[in-house]
Design a binder for this molecule. Structure first.
Ligand SMILES: Nc1ncnc2c1ncn2[C@@H]1O[C@H](COP(=O)(O)OP(=O)(O)O)[C@@H](O)[C@H]1O
Ligand SMILES: CC(=O)OP(=O)(O)O
Ligand SMILES: [Mg+2]
Length: 415
């Protein structure tokens, strides 16, 4: 028996995927990382990479995985094969990314039946995400009922938004009765990246104002003043804001009435249209920026249009958050597109020299996993590529909470 178990398993369950990492918090090292994708399809794939010891080396399995519960069982088997099974006494906790925590959860929280019920109550406002998170928690509980399961919420970092940024300009009574307001998502990433950006500048988070552009399949921007979020682009649900892989982002809400009245579409059909058949995929048929760039290079007009719409929206948010913050020290690009797509970064910042923003094309072309500046020496505002690490952040928050012990009040402020 280990006196002080120091390992944390992190589960990031998405709508059709599970990303996971096993970390040892004694030295923040990774023991194994992996991904199950295309859950529920014939072409499911599990990629598991043990990172230490004799088992090191990537393993890949291609076989149908019916649902998230089956995915987690497969992950548990892979870990066991490396002697890193969930039965290990060295495991201190399991940390779960939970996308929607409403206003209730402002901090990482040990999962109880009551906490789980609250996460369930929020399913209607995160229908693609919260159900997967709940399955992840339930399956992990079944495998290790004795271990603390900790929920780390995407919404938590954004609960500092001032009322005037969080409130929609609709009837106050209606909004309050149904808890309609802007919550914001990807908060774990925005928190981590804004801190890492301050570190890259050699400053304390309290001393810098940062615009964080989290551009993954889902995408969101945030304005962070002195380490606190003051605005973010996602709203009641992760549909608002930037153009995403399959989501429209901002749209005139009257489009939905029009589709109902004129096109005869149901509410569910419109939901699917805006969440799954819009964004880049709706504009050009592809949601992967690599494929879109390849098509542009071949002269494909639809791919060009999709890219231009994507970048135009991004530029609008950079301008908006510049105005919200007043003074900007850095613009940080992160997540799959932000970290890898140099043409997106270049196009997003082009022509903004009057705002003190510029990108050095040589620096922008460098590929690296490290946080780095891509702005020229003379630029007043730093432009940076700062790889996100939601799993490490979740592990840190999870371990800090369980290490604090049961005396600590685990539940964040009530709203
Ligand atoms: N080398 C690359 N060049 C351009 N875009 C990339 C590259 N690698 C990944 N991406 C983009 O990143 C997206 C995935 O980002 P990621 O942050 O992993 O998303 P999520 O966590 O939402 O699944 C892909 O859909 C693709 O558009
Ligand atoms: C909240 C959200 O959009 O998450 P993801 O980018 O993982 O889909
Ligand atoms: Mg992501």
């Amino acid at each position: 028996m280990t006196a002080h178990p120091s390992r944390v398993l992190v589960l990031n369950s998405g709508s059709s995927s599970v990303k996971y990492q096993l970390l040892d918090m004694a030295d923040s090292s990774r023991l194994a990382v992996g991904l199950v994708e295309r859950i529920g399809e014939e072409t499911s794939r599990l990629v598991h990479t043990p990172l230490q010891g004799d088992g090191a080396g990537k393993r890949e399995k291609n076989a149908p995985i019916a649902d998230h519960a089956a995915a987690l069982k497969a992950v548990a088997e892979e870990l066991s094969a490396d002697g890193l099974g969930l039965d290990s006494p060295e495991l201190a906790a399991i940390g779960h990314r939970v996308v929607h925590g409403g206003l209730r959860f402002t901090a990482p929280t040990v999962v109880t039946d009551e906490v789980l019920a609250e996460i369930e109550r929020l399913v209607p406002v995160a229908p693609l995400h919260n159900p997967a998170n709940i399955t992840g928690i339930r399956t992990a509980q079944a495998l290790r009922p004795d271990l603390p399961q900790v929920a780390v919420f995407d919404t938590a970092f954004h609960t500092t938004m001032p009322e005037h940024a969080a409130r929609y300009a609709i009837d106050v009574e209606t909004a309050d009765a149904h808890r309609i307001r802007r919550y914001g998502f990807h908060g774990t990433s925005h928190a981590y990246v804004s801190r890492a950006t301050a570190a890259l500048l050699g400053k304390a988070p309290e001393d810098v104002n940062v615009i964080v552009l989290h551009l993954g399949n889902g995408a969101s921007a945030s304005a962070v003043r002195g380490g606190r979020c003051v605005d973010t682009s996602m709203g009641l649900t992760p549909l608002e804001g930037l153009v995403m892989g399959t989501r429209s982002g901002d749209i005139d809400p009257a489009v939905t009435f029009h589709l109902q009245r004129v096109a005869g579409m149901s509410t569910d059909e419109i939901d699917v249209l805006l969440n799954k058949k819009s964004g880049l995929v709706g504009l050009c048929g592809d949601n992967d920026m690599r494929e879109i760039r390849r098509r542009i290079d071949e002269g494909d007009e639809r791919a060009r249009l999709a890219f231009d719409v994507y970048v135009h929206r991004l530029r609008k948010y950079i301008g908006a958050y510049y105005a919200v913050l007043g003074r900007v020290d850095a613009v940080a690009f992160t997540a799959g597109v932000g970290e890898n797509a140099a043409p997106v970064r270049e196009a997003a910042i082009a022509g903004l020299e009057e705002l003190g923003l510029a990108v050095d094309s040589g620096l922008n072309a460098v590929r690296s996993d490290e946080p780095r500046l891509i702005s020229p020496e003379y630029a007043r505002v730093a432009v940076a590529v700062v790889p996100t690490d939601e799993e490490l952040e979740i592990a840190n928050q999870t371990f800090a909470l369980v290490a604090a012990g049961p005396g600590e009040d685990a539940v964040g402020g009530l709203a």
